[in-house]
Design a protein around this ligand. Structure first.
Ligand SMILES: Cc1cc2nc3c(=O)[nH]c(=O)nc-3n(C[C@H](O)[C@H](O)[C@H](O)COP(=O)(O)OP(=O)(O)OC[C@H]3O[C@@H](n4cnc5c(N)ncnc54)[C@H](O)[C@@H]3O)c2cc1C
Length: 339
């Protein structure tokens, strides 16, 4: 096993709650589509900019847990369509200098529309804030960081929540009702079906597999026991998803989910830029790969040159032999397998 120093796995932009660049400014964090684990990062980004931060969400989350926010607006009913949501947020935005959403498919859908209704251009994939009007954003799947300056009266942006460290502590929020958004929908949702267990973004540890796993059965049989021992969940490269070894909801990367668990094990994943774009902010990155020159091996904090079919069971056995147990609820793998 080769130990390497931390390279690109840690984002130097992360910092603990410095004062806002624009103390008099007001920011609205729209958390309607965001997953629970993302809200603290979004609020931290907002608090970097503005002295007053409100959060708009669906009212389903526990109260008072968002350090950095002053007020929580609970939306009584979901917007009937993306257009209606964009109209509504554009109207709410008149009370704010800055509107922030998660850089996921939901945020990327409605936020630019709302910004356009405001006559503004939106900034996407923001990973750092260098001044009241100066942002850092990831481009080319995170290979380059672009510095941009906003010259518009209101700032609209989607933020990679994993790039901002949550503000420590918790204090009670003032809670108000907002909405609901109104408007007609041209699309009717007929049903939704979960594809996996715990969502990737909420997992403390992810065990991700790539193309060499070879089948859905081997994916679950080889990686599942390690995920269980780490009290984590499974994830996959796009090659593994495209081959049908793992469901879409497990895909990490540019066209999958952006995650930052405490531990990320990449077993048989080359580390293509599009994959790394989704996991580079993870805490401890462990790569298991037969090729010592694979990009993931260079990125990893621990790079283990080995065949994953030997290494992963050996790692499980070593954890068992040392009696290593990780506190927390055991994950549910009953739904592992093909999509
Ligand atoms: C527009 C676009 C968007 C994309 N979005 C994403 C995305 O969101 N997420 C994503 O993951 N990819 C994405 N991709 C695909 C990406 O470019 C790669 O093709 C993909 O990540 C490769 O997956 P992989 O590492 O599993 O497979 P491979 O590239 O085939 O790599 C397999 C790795 O496993 C190693 N290996 C082989 N056998 C073993 C073994 N027995 N034990 C240990 N190691 C072994 C090999 O050395 C190699 O490094 C995107 C591509 C495009 C063009």
């Amino acid at each position: 096993m080769v130990e390497r120093g931390a390279l690109g796995g840690h984002n130097p932009v992360k910092a603990t709650a410095p004062p806002p660049f624009a103390p008099a400014a007001r920011a609205l964090v729209v958390g309607l589509n965001a997953q629970d684990g993302e809200l603290p990062g979004l609020v931290a980004a907002a608090a970097r900019l503005a002295g007053h931060v409100d959060v708009l969400d669906d009212g389903l989350r526990p109260d008072g847990l968002l350090a950095g926010a002053a007020r929580r607006l609970c939306c009584a009913a979901p917007a009937p369509s993306i257009d209606a949501l964009a109209d509504w947020i554009a109207a709410l935005a008149r009370d704010y200098d800055c509107v922030i959403a998660a850089a996921d498919s939901g945020g990327k859908d409605w936020l630019p529309r709302a910004a356009a209704l405001d006559g503004a251009q939106a900034f996407s994939d923001v990973i750092g804030i260098a001044g009241a009007d100066t942002l850092l954003r990831a481009i080319y799947a995170g290979d380059l960081i672009e510095t941009v300056r906003n010259r518009q009266p209101r700032l609209w942006m989607t933020v990679r929540a994993t790039a901002f460290r949550a503000i420590a502590g918790a204090h009670p929020l003032r809670i108000d009702q907002a909405g609901p958004a109104t408007g007609a929908s041209r699309v009717r949702v007929l049903g939704r079906q979960a594809q996996g267990g715990e969502t990737l973004k909420d997992a403390r540890a992810l065990v991700a597999g790539g193309r060499p796993l070879g089948s859905a059965e081997r994916f679950a049989a080889v990686l599942g026991p390690l995920a269980e021992r780490l009290r984590g969940t499974l994830a996959a490269s796009r090659a593994a998803v495209d081959a049908g070894y793992a469901p879409n909801s497990w895909q990490v990367g540019q066209t999958g989910q952006i995650v930052a668990p405490g531990v990320y094990v990449a077993a048989g994943i080359s580390g293509a830029a599009q994959h790394v774009a989704g996991m580079r902010d993870s805490g401890l990155i462990v790569a298991i790969n037969t090729d010592p020159d694979a990009p993931m091996m260079k990125l990893a904090d621990i790079a283990w040159q080995a065949d994953l079919f030997d290494a992963v069971p050996a790692l499980c056995a070593a954890l068992d032999a040392r009696g290593v147990t990780i506190a927390g609820a055991a994950p549910d793998y009953s739904r592992c397998g093909p999509a």
